[in-house]
Write a protein that binds this ligand. Structure first.
Ligand code: BJW
Length: 237
């Protein structure tokens, strides 16, 4: 711990926080990208050339997510947000790379999903964005323009611009504590957030199962399962 009181917090979560809820991570042994080829499933080009396979992949993950429950790490962050707001301690921004809804179901009020949300879809024809909890296919008609074939999962694929970056960079520039939880630090721009926070003078903390790619940039590290180390860390601050 730095020993100083913190006011403005930015927390970045990755797949590791949902691992103990039964949702797979991407790059661990047996992870999603070991079983599936991201080039064929998580790029705009893949969706253009084989939308059926991309829909199948996200439909299966949506069904899997519906059966998953938030864990103690999700709940600890929700409690921290509540405390920060109740005591008016400063700003609190929870940014997740995850497309699942476990932070919301764990009690978090405001979550910035920088890589999109599995429970939302959008129409490539008219741009309509809407909540969508069931399977999506090329034959599904847009509820707004009624055209079929244009709907896609509201997720950010490789080569696409992540969401909410203005809000995130503004918060990083003003934060005095940055915490990354359960992320390998492989995917940019999220992997670069620690550098932004450090440039703003923030104390930086890595909470994960093992050191990630940008681990050396953090001031403080705690390694272990998220359900153990996140509630412990949140309890300390
Ligand atoms: C536990 C645990 C437990 C396990 N407890 N911990 C060369 C250099 C730099 C950048 C690029 C480059 N070439 C291409 C790029 C850009 C590219 C990129 O970064 N590629 C890299 C792979 C090199 N990035 C993009 O294309 C992004 N867009 C972009 O850059 O736009 C232009 C731009 C420019 C400038 C500024 C801003 C923008 C878009 C990236 C989209 C990522 N999409 C995915 C899939 C879509 C959503 C989905 O299907 O779910 O998002 S990829 C996948 O990786 C997913 C994740 O959100 C993301 C990050 O993964 P995450 O969360 O870190 O998971 P893992 O599996 O990697 O790590 C899990 C961690 O948890 C591990 O460390 C474990 O140890 C730990 N763990 N169990 C605690 N129980």
């Amino acid at each position: 711990m730095s020993g100083r009181p913190f006011r403005n917090i930015v927390i970045l979560t990755g797949a590791g926080i949902s691992a103990e809820s039964g949702l797979g991570t991407f790059r661990d042994k047996g992870g999603i990208w070991e079983k599936f080829d991201w080039q064929k499933l998580a790029t705009p080009e893949a969706f253009r050339s084989d939308p059926h396979s991309v829909h199948d992949f996200y439909n299966a993950r949506r069904a899997n997510m519906a059966g998953a429950q938030p864990n103690d790490a999700h709940r600890a962050l929700a409690a921290l947000e509540l405390l920060w707001q109740a005591e008016d301690r400063g700003s609190f921004l929870l940014v997740t790379q995850n497309i699942d809804d476990l932070h919301e179901r764990g009690g978090s009020r405001e979550v910035l999903h920088m890589h999109g949300e599995l429970l939302k879809s959008r129409c490539n024809s008219c741009g309509h964005l809407f909540e969508h909890t069931h399977a999506l296919g090329v034959e599904t008609a847009c509820p707004s323009c009624a055209r079929a074939g244009g709907l896609r999962p509201h997720v950010v694929w490789f080569g696409e611009m992540p969401l909410g970056l203005d809000t995130i960079y503004e918060a990083l520039g003003a934060c005095d504590l940055f915490v990354a939880i359960g992320t390998s630090g492989t995917v940019y721009p999220a992997a670069g957030f620690v550098s932004e926070a450090k440039a703003a003078g923030a104390w930086t903390v890595e909470l994960s199962l093992e050191p990630g790619e940008v681990s050396a940039l953090f001031d403080e590290h705690h390694y272990g399962p998220a359900t153990k180390i996140v509630p412990e860390w949140a309890g300390r601050i």
